[in-house]
Ligand binder design. Structure first.
Ligand SMILES: *Cc1c(COP(=O)(O)O)cnc(C)c1O
Length: 359
């Protein structure tokens, strides 16, 4: 199978080799060193300030989103949240569950965030802002500078879900002034799923210190005090943390985050150029694309039927959409261990389906 989804994605041979090894005991100086190295490289690639911290939570990316809310926000906050698709909707559900007062900025699927969407909330006493930098469900890459500037002017604490854009599109955490950045092990980090990575700016550390977290397992006070010695309060997904270490070092050796972003951008451009060249019956649905994924509306066939056909008859996974977009949208990812030849195979499958009259 070739995997063009947005996670889990294909891993490099070195990362996969770790998966075949025995899982080592971890309350050791050697494992602590590995954790410190992971922290140092995440800080480097996310462009955090020197005094920021990184924690590795054993949960998927959504666990990282909820951890951020539970540890950094309270009922005293007044939050703004952008809901541009299913991941924005998840933030909305979590804010509701945890009783954080909020206002939702709901965007039509595929639409970019514009200054006029934020203008009504200027100077209205908002204290926090939650955003997917890339709303993966519809492939919309939001303007983080627009949001960062709004937050600076209004004194809002910014929580950014960069789960599907970290290492795909440029991101400078210090420059945007974000308090929390969240990513996951199974997106562009291209490891097994199971670890949420969170970078925490001093503004977040201050909020965490003051706050009483209602969940012991996801309490960032405990995660941070353990991370002082390169450890975690509970048994973490040790094998995945070792994969992350190999992967981060791989990226560092190959030119760092900018080289990885360029590689992802090149794959995205290669695929998008071919779509136009071959006149395939697919329309790009996003106004503002990330390098991570191309969201497509097939004009002649159900998106889900196309997903099944490509999976069952051509041995490849494109990424289906759920809910109301099940039949209208599918996505082709550009993250993980993929090469141009893989896209040639996918494009050949599309051409074959066109010849057969399926699309
Ligand atoms: C994948 C993803 C998540 C988290 O999904 P999990 O399945 O919990 O890892 C959250 N936000 C965005 C934008 C994502 O792409």
């Amino acid at each position: 199978m070739i995997n063009f989804t947005v996670g889990p994605v294909q891993s490099s041979d070195a990362v996969r080799a770790i998966g075949a090894e025995q899982v080592p005991y971890f309350r050791t100086a050697e494992f602590s060193e590995l954790m410190f190295e992971n922290e140092r490289l995440v800080k480097k690639f996310a462009h955090t300030t020197e005094d920021s911290r990184v924690v590795f939570m054993t949960c998927s990316g959504s666990g990282g989103m909820e951890t951020a809310i539970m540890n950094c926000l309270t009922g005293e906050d007044k939050a703004l949240v952008v809901n541009g698709g299913s991941f924005g909707e998840r933030f909305v559900e979590m804010l509701t569950l945890h009783k954080i007062p909020f206002t939702e900025i709901k965007l039509e699927p595929g639409k970019a965030l514009k200054p006029e969407h934020l203008a009504p909330y200027e100077g209205k006493g908002y204290t926090a802002f939650l955003l997917q930098k890339h709303e993966t469900s519809t492939g919309v890459h939001f303007d983080i500078d627009l949001v960062g500037d709004f937050c600076r002017r209004n004194g809002c604490f910014l929580i950014v879900d960069t789960i599907s854009t970290f290492l795909c599109d440029p991101f400078d955490m210090a420059a945007t002034g974000a308090g929390v950045m969240i990513t996951g092990s199974q997106k562009a980090l291209a490891c097994a799923p199971g670890i949420a990575v969170m970078a925490l700016a001093p503004s977040a550390l201050k909020r965490i210190e003051k706050n009483q977290c209602c969940c012991q397992y996801l309490d960032l006070k405990l995660a941070l005090s353990n991370m002082d010695r390169g450890q975690t309060p509970w048994t973490p997904a040790v094998g995945i943390l070792r994969q992350i270490n190999v992967r981060l070092k791989e990226i560092d050796a190959n030119g760092g985050d900018s080289a990885e972003i360029a590689r992802c951008a090149e794959l995205a451009k290669y695929f998008r150029d071919k779509l136009v060249e071959l006149h395939l019956p697919f329309e790009i649905i996003s106004e503002s694309l990330s390098n991570a994924v191309t969201p497509l509306h097939p004009t002649t066939q159900s998106a889900f039927e196309l997903f099944l056909k490509i999976k069952d008859e051509y041995g490849m996974w494109i990424c289906p959409n759920g809910g109301s977009m099940k039949d209208t949208v599918f996505r082709v990812g550009h993250i993980g261990y993929l090469h141009k030849e893989d896209y040639d195979k996918l494009l050949a499958a599309f051409l074959d389906l066109r010849k057969k009259g399926f699309i």
